[in-house]
Design a protein around this ligand. Sequence first.
Ligand SMILES: [Zn+2]
Length: 298
Amino acid sequence: MPSATKKRELDLSGFPTGAVTEYSTLVCLACIFDIFTKQLGLAPRTAYSEIKRHSPSAAELTAPQAMRPYFDSEEKNPHCPYCNSAKRWHARFDTYRIEGGKKTDVARRALLKSLSKAEEQFQVIEAKSDRRALLFEWLDTLGRNFDFEDDAWLVEAARAYLERVEPKTDWSQNFEGVCAVRRSSRLEEGWERDRDRLFLSSALYNDVLFVQYLVSRSHKHGGRTFEGRMTLSELVRRLRYSGHLDAQGITERDQFDVLEKLVERMTGDEGTVKLYYVVDRRDFLEKVKTVYARYATG
Ligand SMILES: [Zn+2]
């Protein structure tokens, strides 16, 4: 039916790049009904009204590894990993995590105002986090999405970092056809495109190396960067000799203290950040209704 298949993504165009993270998870209604009717012994009608009110926590909706009755699947016709039920028993929660702050206030208010208030189709969960936790979460997500077998990830990492620090720039256009990212010997700050190469000022380039190191580091082999594989002490030495640490006012000698200072520089002074999770419950509400109809008549 057209109403069920029409595109229902939220319009997030008013937000700067990187301010909104999208999550999607499936929930198995066969599992949930089973728990309520068989294990808890509720009548289907009572189970239905209980389940309809179900509001998952932000952690359940955004966990990298979903737990029963939630699961993740990229398949077109997935089966529940717990009870093997087919797709018609599954509902989908889409969750949008918006980072609060001056850059997103106006867009956030407009978005929340535009959402339907009917039947609790949308739920907004507010939470607090800190910039450091968000940075490492961002690095984890990048790491999970990169294919480390293919060196193209190095350029993708550079782009992801630039999108983060300059969200208003059109990076898809600036990266189109880029074959290499280089350190500029001329630029004091910023970046410039020259044919198929993108030149970064020394500070930006060093930040990119640091991000690449953090995304790819492992205890055994260190991290990988545009400048090859490096351990933390090799990276710190390189940043020190290139003048990067002095330029950033980092005077620590110990490599782990230097790492902390570099992270601090990336996260800024503002420690805590407010997060708004917008949970789209529309698919869930519809599916609960049809699954209940099947229970009640079966
Ligand atoms: Zn199931």
